[in-house]
Design a protein around this ligand. Structure first.
Ligand SMILES: Nc1ncnc2c1ncn2[C@@H]1O[C@H](COP(=O)(O)OP(=O)(O)OP(=O)(O)O)[C@@H](O)[C@H]1O
Ligand SMILES: [Mg+2]
Length: 262
């Protein structure tokens, strides 16, 4: 049985680039925090977008996720508070690009992140991992550490082919590294009312049923502006359609916990 225990460790992953992985990680994290959940965001992308979206200057960091993966620095030492109550960040910067290569020759290379998360997992309600747009060792580390996968799906074109690649990777991870990892939950994003977008949502629901969240995130310019101000949408523009949608999605994900564990 794949009943999650303890904290929910969610890898936000899609091998496709630019599909709102970081936007979803940061804003769902802020919504969970707003709901009173102690939430940690782990930035596992050398682009450091989750870190900068939360107002952290990525050039000037003492400890990053790179040190955690390569030097085995305790994850606790890399965690910083954010301006949002209950929301914390383990930041990354471009150094992490080197980790992808350095890990290849390392012992336990696929499970470094899991080993770092395990000792502190109980301190958190949610740990969200922002994955890079690739299927390399960083993503493998995220999927090995995770108890769940959330996959944002852009509704602007038919995404099903890319999803097959993702599902194949998950199958391999499950077989070799993390047997209890369930199939992904999908979040339809960047929705604009067009025939194509409606068709994509419909096809996703036909193929994946309840694994597709009811909440759909609309295209909203405020969501794309917030990162430059180093703020999640909940504080940048609390009443925007983007903020409302991510709040609804967060509640839906949170309710999933109650159903599974209650
Ligand atoms: N719902 C939305 N409405 C408008 N713009 C959005 C929305 N979601 C994301 N964006 C914008 O789309 C771009 C890509 O989003 P984001 O960086 O979150 O994707 P990503 O999957 O993390 O990308 P990468 O693969 O490079 O890590 C960003 O400029 C972001 O601000
Ligand atoms: Mg990103």
């Amino acid at each position: 049985m794949d009943i999650p225990r303890g904290p929910r460790i969610i890898a936000v992953s899609n091998n496709k680039g630019g599909v709102a992985k970081t936007t979803s990680t940061v804003n769902l994290g802020a919504c969970f925090a707003e709901l009173g959940c102690r939430t940690l965001i782990i930035d596992l992308d050398p682009q450091g977008n989750a870190s900068s979206s939360l107002g952290v200057d990525t050039r000037d960091l003492e400890h990053t996720v790179y040190d955690v993966l390569i030097q085995e620095t305790p994850l606790e030492d890399a965690i910083e508070p954010t301006a949002v109550k209950n929301l914390f960040l383990a930041p990354s910067n471009i150094n992490l690009a080197g980790a992808e290569i350095e890990l290849v020759a390392s012992f336990g290379r696929e499970s470094r992140l899991r080993a770092a998360v395990d000792p502190i997992a109980d301190q958190w309600d949610f740990i969200l991992i922002d994955c890079p747009p690739s299927v390399g060792l960083l993503t493998v580390n995220a999927l090995t550490a995770a108890s769940e996968v959330l996959t944002p799906v852009q509704t602007e074109y038919i995404p099903l082919e890319g999803i097959d690649i993702l599902l194949k990777n998950l199958h391999l991870i499950r077989k070799n590294l993390n047997p209890s990892l369930p199939d992904p939950t999908f979040l339809c994003v960047m929705y604009q009312r067009t025939n194509l977008a409606d068709q994509v949502v419909e096809e996703m629901r036909a193929k994946f049923g309840k694994r597709v969240l009811q909440t759909v995130i609309p295209r909203n310019v405020r969501l794309s502006e917030a990162p430059s101000f180093g703020q999640p949408i909940t504080t940048f523009d609390s009443s925007s359609t983007g903020a409302q949608a991510y709040r609804k999605a967060a509640k839906e994900i949170l309710n999933g916990t109650q159903k599974r564990t209650g």
